[in-house]
Design a protein around this ligand. Structure first.
Ligand SMILES: Cc1cc2nc3c(=O)[nH]c(=O)nc-3n(C[C@H](O)[C@H](O)[C@H](O)COP(=O)(O)OP(=O)(O)OC[C@H]3O[C@@H](n4cnc5c(N)ncnc54)[C@H](O)[C@@H]3O)c2cc1C
Length: 409
């Protein structure tokens, strides 16, 4: 006899930041939520560990900021920017962002575990070790979910694919993905060491050679470093533990203080990711919606992915709670999502051209742009502080890069 179909309001595939934050919010509002997460225990996949100030605003809106602080996250109040090894004056987020919010840092798997537990505490059903494998969109979409006990069929008012960059749900829905050309890469590495430095965000740029580093403490005695580089900056893409020495050498050349590097030992694995923007236009079909990285991926170099994911969650939550007609609500979410994602994409593309273009000519243009931003702060896009609301209109682009870039970005 066929197993009975399980009914719920919201079926979410993926228990990462997107899935657990949405599942928690909707369960708290009294809806029957099922989250299926294929991993039984989260492990390091080299994902975001820096939630920027505009993302902290989103986390507060979703009531998860204090939970993160109590459990796995630390507030970072300042950013230190080094240009070709020379320190500039630090930025204090508390006095330079619209709502005086800080950056948060955490170990990504701990953040996932925390928020998935919180979704369960709010009343969501969590199926661990379970993967969504088939989907039948429609008035009441149905999905087949496999776990160790076999297959179950779930029917929901709305199915949400919150299953990350390589979304299986997007593939099952045959939703075509658009993408930019490759420009920048991000590689991530963990390092251990008793380094006594301010708990801050460190961003070092060696722009003329198209390379940069971000360093943060993600747990006591543990650091995450991201090697950022232009596609033409390295002769080959680095990967694996065999490239630790090469990565450390790049960190030295880019300008991370040598005594810091002496105190840090890399471990785990190194992997690099193509930062080209990838997105699915209008990521909703027949009562199935995509959320977070499944809907669109921004360039990890700029650290907006977690914040963007939380913006998606807030927009979808608000639409679903405001409108009983979830087909219409999901459609509204897709429009909201497209609008802010395309603004964020443009601002990140401006950042990439401005900060990572290589060579003498680009360096000369960059120095002029930095001087302009210093004397006229309204020309500073400030993507980390403002996110999709970054200053990035045609005037800003032409002032920073030149008129010919306005149509290219
Ligand atoms: C190298 C790198 C560095 C980054 N650094 C930053 C940063 O510093 N700051 C920042 O803001 N962002 C950063 N990001 C982006 C950030 O990590 C993502 O935007 C964010 O994790 C997206 O969350 P998500 O929940 O949408 O997806 P994910 O975190 O990918 O979660 C998806 C979940 O779905 C599960 N899943 C997948 N398929 C199925 C299935 N079929 N059934 C059930 N479950 C499934 C997975 O196991 C996973 O738990 C970085 C990304 C990369 C690649």
């Amino acid at each position: 006899m066929a197993a009975p179909v399980i009914d719920c309001d919201l079926l979410i595939a993926g228990g990462g930041l997107a899935g657990s934050a949405l599942g928690r919010a909707m369960a708290l509002a009294g809806h029957h939520v099922i989250i299926v997460e294929k991993e039984t225990a989260f492990r390091d996949r080299i994902r975001g560990e820096v939630l920027l100030p505009w993302g902290s605003v989103e986390a507060k809106e979703l009531d998860i900021y204090d939970i993160l602080i109590r459990t796995c996250a630390t507030e970072v109040a300042r950013e230190h920017f080094y240009y070709s090894g020379a320190a500039t004056s630090p930025r204090d987020y508390r006095t330079s962002t619209p709502k005086g919010t800080c950056t948060l840092t955490f170990f990504h798997p701990e953040m996932q575990e925390t928020l998935l537990n919180e979704a369960a505490r709010a009343g969501a059903e969590i199926w661990r070790g379970a993967a969504l494998s088939a989907l039948r969109p429609g008035d009441r979409p149905e999905a087949d979910v496999f776990d160790d006990d076999g297959m179950k069929t779930v029917r929901a008012r709305l199915v949400v694919g919150a299953d990350g960059r390589e979304s299986h749900v997007a593939m099952l829905l045959a939703m075509p993905r658009s993408n930019d050309e490759t420009e920048l890469f991000t590689g991530g590495l963990q390092m251990t060491g008793d380094l006594q430095i301010e708990h801050a965000l460190y961003f070092c740029l060696h722009a003329i050679s198209g390379r940069g580093v971000i360093l943060v403490q993600n747990r006591p005695g543990n650091f995450r470093a991201y090697l950022l580089h232009h596609k033409d900056a390295l002769p080959r893409r680095l990967s694996g533990a065999r490239d630790f020495a090469a990565v450390m050498q790049h960190f030295r050349e880019i300008g991370l203080p040598p005594d810091w590097l002496e105190g840090l030992t890399p471990y785990g694995f190194f992997a690099s990711f193509d930062g080209a923007h990838r997105w699915i236009p209008h990521p909703v079909r027949a009562n199935c919606a995509l959320l977070g990285d499944a809907a669109a991926a921004s360039d990890p170099v700029w650290g907006n992915g977690l914040s963007r994911t939380l913006r998606d969650v807030r927009l979808l939550r608000d639409r679903l709670l405001d409108d009983r007609d979830w087909t219409r609500a999901a459609d509204g979410y897709a429009k909201d999502h497209d609008d802010f994602f395309q603004r964020l994409r443009r601002a990140e593309r401006l950042n990439a051209r401005l900060h990572f273009s290589m060579g003498e000519e680009a360096e000369r243009r960059r120095q002029l742009a930095y001087a302009r931003m210093e004397s006229e702060p309204e020309l500073n896009p400030d993507v980390s502080g403002l996110g999709p609301e970054a200053r990035c209109n045609d005037h800003v682009i032409s002032q920073l890069l030149g008129q010919d870039h306005v149509t290219l970005i």
